[in-house]
Design a protein around this ligand. Structure first.
Ligand SMILES: Nc1nc2c(ncn2[C@@H]2O[C@H](COP(=O)(O)OP(=O)(O)OP(=O)(O)O)[C@@H](O)[C@H]2O)c(=O)[nH]1
Ligand SMILES: [Mg+2]
Length: 234
């Protein structure tokens, strides 16, 4: 099951679902997780779900950060028996055509990361500041936590066993830290993590939800997570 969180993605949702229809297998499903988007993405998702039988929609009452939205989606995916659970942005930063490669890589890994910072990966259209923040985060997590080259990315494929093992209720992080923390906990639990190259493109329509708060959260929580691990709490 592919979890697709949306917040004000009215223009992107339909092209995204149609692009996914081209690459998914007959038994694959997409779960749109909408946090009551003011622009009506939720209603549009319902209309599209009525037409496209591989689409389900989870409506949440309010925006509580991307982390909570993912956790809610992961629980549904597990309940419905999904063997593989993917996460992906709905703004075309992640190329739907890369989905089959992620799924294929999960044959020899428990958690696959779409990675900008391995050979063959990269970033398109980003300005200097965004590049610096992203590179900085990658170096920061590598020094403090783990030998993963792109720990903040949100294009991932989990085997269900990984999500069953993670204490999803304990993961309260909202932004980039959610991605770092799920990967760190998976590694600590002994799961095989594999990075495959992706090229990340900046969104063409809709607004970014990146905020200072999300960056600040990662800055303080990365060392906090390391300390918790040293104390044996993770
Ligand atoms: N359900 C839900 N989806 C969210 C929330 N915040 C962001 N999203 C969605 O998560 C995906 C990633 O969010 P973006 O706004 O692209 O954030 P970003 O990728 O950090 O920022 P950009 O660099 O501007 O792309 C998109 O599909 C968003 O619509 C949220 O609080 N709830
Ligand atoms: Mg984005």
């Amino acid at each position: 099951m592919l979890c697709l969180p949306t917040y004000d993605e009215r223009e992107n949702l339909e092209p995204m679902l149609r692009a996914l229809a081209e690459v998914l297998g007959p038994d694959d499903r997409v779960l749109v997780i909408d946090d009551n988007s003011p622009d009506g993405t939720g209603e549009l998702a319902d209309q599209l779900a009525a037409e496209l039988q591989f689409v389900d929609v989870l409506h949440r009452e309010r925006k509580e950060g991307l982390g909570r939205a993912y956790v809610a989606g992961f629980r549904i995916a597990l309940e419905r028996g999904a063997e593989l659970v993917l996460e992906m942005d709905c703004d075309f930063s992640h190329d739907p055509k890369d989905v089959p490669r992620l799924i294929e890589a999960a044959e020899s890994a428990d958690l696959v990361l779409g990675s900008r910072y391995v050979a063959g990966g990269g970033v398109r259209d980003w300005g200097l500041i965004r590049r610096l923040i992203s590179r900085g985060a990658s170096i920061y997590t590598r020094v403090l936590l783990m030998p993963v080259r792109d720990a903040t990315g949100g294009f991932k494929c989990f085997r269900r066993e990984v999500l069953e093992r993670l204490e999803l209720d304990e993961i309260t992080s909202r932004g980039y830290m959610f991605q770092i923390e799920t990967t760190y906990r998976a590694r600590r639990a002994g799961f095989r993590v594999r990075e495959i190259p992706i090229v990340f493109a900046d969104r063409e329509v809709g607004g970014s939800k990146m905020s200072r708060g999300i960056v600040a959260e990662a800055i303080w929580k990365v060392p906090a997570l390391r300390l918790a691990a040293i104390r044996g709490q993770v």
